[in-house]
Write a protein that binds this ligand. Sequence first.
Ligand SMILES: Cc1ncc(COP(=O)(O)O)c(C=O)c1O
Length: 400
Amino acid sequence: MNFRQDFPIFKNNPNLVFLDSTASSQKPSYVIDWIKEFLENSYSNIHRGMYDIAIIAEDFYVASKKIVAKHLEADDYREVIYTFNTTYASNLLTSTLKKNKILKKWDKVLLSIAEHHANIVPWLMLKEEIWIEVEFVKVTKDYDLDFSDFEEKYDNKVKIISFTQVSNVTGQIFDLERVWKLKRDDTLFVVDASQSIPHFPVSVKKLNCDFLFFTGHKVLADSWIWVLWWKKELLEKYSPSFSGGWAIWEVTCASYTDWKIPDKFEPGTPNVTWAVSLLRAFEYIEKIWWFEKIDKVEKELIEYFLEKIKEIPKVKLIWSTNPKKRIWVFSLVFEWIHSNDFAEILAENQIAVRSWKHCAHPFHDFENEWNSLRVSLYLYNDKADIDKLIKVAKELKREI
Ligand SMILES: Cc1ncc(COP(=O)(O)O)c(C=O)c1O
């Protein structure tokens, strides 16, 4: 089972071996065609227009949020906020928490050591601005969250826990349901679902989180659409840290009043085309029954990759041994070549992978690794892609 024929990029680049989907996924023609269809037939700014295409565009925007809410098992599509990227989503969240004085001096934020910088730097900025503390929970030897370290660090000062659901380096799935079971009521729980959403159903109900964010471009939609979900009661309570057109009810020369949710958190003109792309991406996932099929496809390719990689000497795999707790992302450290050099040689062979630290510097420091080569798969990959990678690696090793 392979969906490669649905992705025009492979028709137009027949020799491309794309093993970098953790960075960004390729787009199926279902999404591409619908973007074109929307731009050609019903593109318009939304919210304000009375004319037909403005109403159609608005309907698409709402439909996009509804399908996201359905996938997240959220109660209300108005809990879904669209922003530009994860940096905006997490900065919008941290700056809103600051503005609403939810965090004060010496309050503590707990992160995992495996976070992407998107879920580290905005908190470190708050540390500079309002003197909060930021502490990191370790991972175990098997790359799982270290719950004994978590319990030790989870003291009364902790007001926020913000964890990724899946690491973009190790592919490890963290047991976040165990986190919320241990969580006190006075702690807000933030989930970075950027790597989980493309791979399995994610439910804000099951996670019991207060905020969750993910990116559209990793789940087959176009770039620059980010989703920030948060609990309706918090969304209603907080005043936004950015505002302007559409986000306000009334403005005088001296003051303004915030508008209703979710609009008060979406100032300015939204990118309706991205929203349509996300709508179509989820429709495509439903159409091909991806979440029902991924388990089998993923398991098979994981086993195949782990078997094949044994043919390459002196490789460390930053990788959990528990197959139930991981997705198909492999970060590798080669004793005999720097990941950047290897990625360059692979690129000469039209094999796309990612090298260096994958926006996870603290994790690489923790692992005492300077860099790694990341190979990540998605629904258009097959065994032949892995074979090509292994073949180049073997030839290279022979030459060195
Ligand atoms: C877990 C995780 N969080 C956040 C991000 C940030 O995504 P972007 O590069 O689109 O800002 C990524 C991207 O790789 C990620 O893997």
